[in-house]
Design a protein around this ligand. Structure first.
Ligand code: GDP
Ligand code: IMO
Ligand code: MG
Length: 431
């Protein structure tokens, strides 16, 4: 018996969706625990692509319980659209149940408005957020002025809270940003409509999760974003507004630490970042363009081009440390096919000669002085999309994986060689 958490080790978009969809086969319950619809998790099954923003990536499987845990911020409009979209395509099996925690904080129209107005005002100093209102929603949660899913079912409480918070938001929007104030009545009625439609899904998910765990059912925790977008451990302020490390699974789903037996860190065979912020191994040359094109590195949520660079093992080691990662899943190895040489960053060195191998300086100035120290490996030219065992891989591809294992000290238990569910080498299944 094992319960597994799948989390990102880089700046998101590592291929968590694919890995979770694959592992969901062996799980009974799949739960998100943080983030919101800033996430874009792509699943490719029998050549058909599905992008999920809020619904856990286990949804395509029959007889599962999918949970949106209390740590997630929920935009009800997006969630309802996602449910409708899946049902219309017959991708939401009737035997699979979806539950939304009544404790989730709700993304309101003023959160999206503030997110976008702030970014516009910052100009070239912007974070490059997804514009989905994620930061402002988490701010209200911490300021204790947030609206939770449960509040939507008490119209009087909801109206009271909405009036109080909108008084402040409208002052901020109009006086600070020069934007038009928003109408309380319009928002009240819009959200009352969402509440009716969401009602069948809303419940105390903490009880469900703990009951299922007690009964020995297998639980899969699906992380969003990646360790270096974490509000505490990431490249602050170029981060998201939640904790993305495995610790967030405990409070964001409402379970104790002994429940998680395996932490799988998903790691792309190279590095990408969408949005602003430091990126030590970024390649602004032809190879960077090649990775961007070959890897179709466009954001699954915003469609923005992702910045690309070599694999950064300083970053990955830090993620392993912070989340107690017990195994790695390496994705998009196929994208490196055809490169003559492949580099892997083993340490950072500053202009003053300081070296780091599992610490990404929190001091932005120091980080900007960090230069990557690379080891260079021979590439391979053979197509690898058909590989299903490690022995099927060309020798140099195997060496690359072995190098990652040596540098990380953690076994690689999955290698993804294509976007499709079956385009995978499973060395060991955690379930
Ligand atoms: P997530 O946010 O971590 O779930 O990752 P995204 O879905 O945002 O981005 C990963 C992208 O890479 C998606 O388009 C996936 O379909 C695709 N992908 C995942 N694994 C592989 C792989 O091994 N090879 C290739 N070529 N594409 C992959
Ligand atoms: P998945 O789950 C990649 C990035 C944004 C921006 C920063 C803050 O698909 O891996 P936010 O809207 O969260 O306030 O934006 O975080 N970001 C992601 N980058 N993948 C994600 O999710 C991301 N979610 C947020 O681009 O730089
Ligand atoms: Mg993504």
């Amino acid at each position: 018996m094992a319960n597994v958490a799948v989390i990102g080790t880089q700046w998101g978009d590592e291929g968590k969706g694919k890995v979770v969809d694959l592992y969901a086969e062996g799980a009974d319950v799949i739960t998100r625990f943080q983030g919101g619809n800033n996430a874009g998790h792509t699943l490719v099954v029998k050549g058909k692509q599905t992008i999920l923003h809020l619904i856990p990536s286990g949804i395509l499987h029959k007889n599962k319980i999918c949970i949106i845990g209390n740590g997630v911020v929920v935009d009800p409009q997006i969630l309802l659209e996602e449910i409708d979209g899946l049902k219309a395509k017959k991708l939401f099996p009737p035997s699979t149940r979806l539950y939304v925690s009544e404790g989730c904080h709700v993304i309101m129209p003023y959160h999206r408005q503030i997110d976008m107005a702030r970014e516009a005002k910052k100009g070239d100093k912007k974070i490059g957020t997804t514009g989905r209102g994620i930061g402002p929603a988490y701010e209200d949660k911490m300021a204790r002025t947030g609206i939770r899913v449960v509040d939507l079912f008490s119209p009087e409480t909801f109206r009271e809270k909405l009036e109080a918070v909108m008084d402040e938001k409208n002052f901020y929007l109009s006086h600070y940003f020069g934007e038009k104030p928003m109408d309380v009545e319009v928002i009240f009625h819009e959200y009352m409509g969402y509440a009716q439609r969401l009602k069948p899904y809303v419940t105390d998910t903490v009880s469900i999760l703990n009951r299922e765990a007690r009964m020995g059912r297998k639980i899969l925790f699906e992380g969003a974003q990646g360790c270096h977008l974490d509000i505490d451990h990431g490249t602050y302020p170029f981060v998201t507004s939640s904790n993305t490390v495995v610790g967030a699974a405990l409070c964001g789903a409402g379970v104790g630490p002994s429940i998680i037996h395996e932490v799988v860190g998903v790691c792309k065979a190279y590095t990408t970042r969408v949005g602003g912020g430091p990126f030590v191994t970024e390649l602004t040359c032809d190879i960077g363009n090649y990775l961007q094109q070959a890897g179709r590195e466009f954001g699954a949520t915003t469609g923005r081009k992702r910045r690309c660079g070599w694999l950064d093992m300083v970053q990955v080691r830090r993620s392993i440390m912070v989340s107690g990662i017990t195994a790695l899943a390496i994705t998009k190895l196929d994208i490196l096919t055809g490169l003559e040489k492949i580099k892997i960053c083993v340490a950072y060195r500053t202009d003053e000669g300081e070296e780091f191998n599992d610490y990404v300086p929190l001091d932005g100035k120091k980080l900007s002085q960090c230069r990557p120290i690379y080891e260079e490996l021979e590439g391979w030219q053979e197509e690898i999309k058909e590989a299903r065992t490690m022995e099927d891989l060309p020798r140099n591809a195997r060496r690359y994986i072995e190098m990652i294992e040596t540098l990380s000290g953690v076994p690689v238990i999955l290698v993804s060689v294509g976007a499709g569910r079956n385009e995978t080498i499973i060395v060991r299944n955690p379930f």
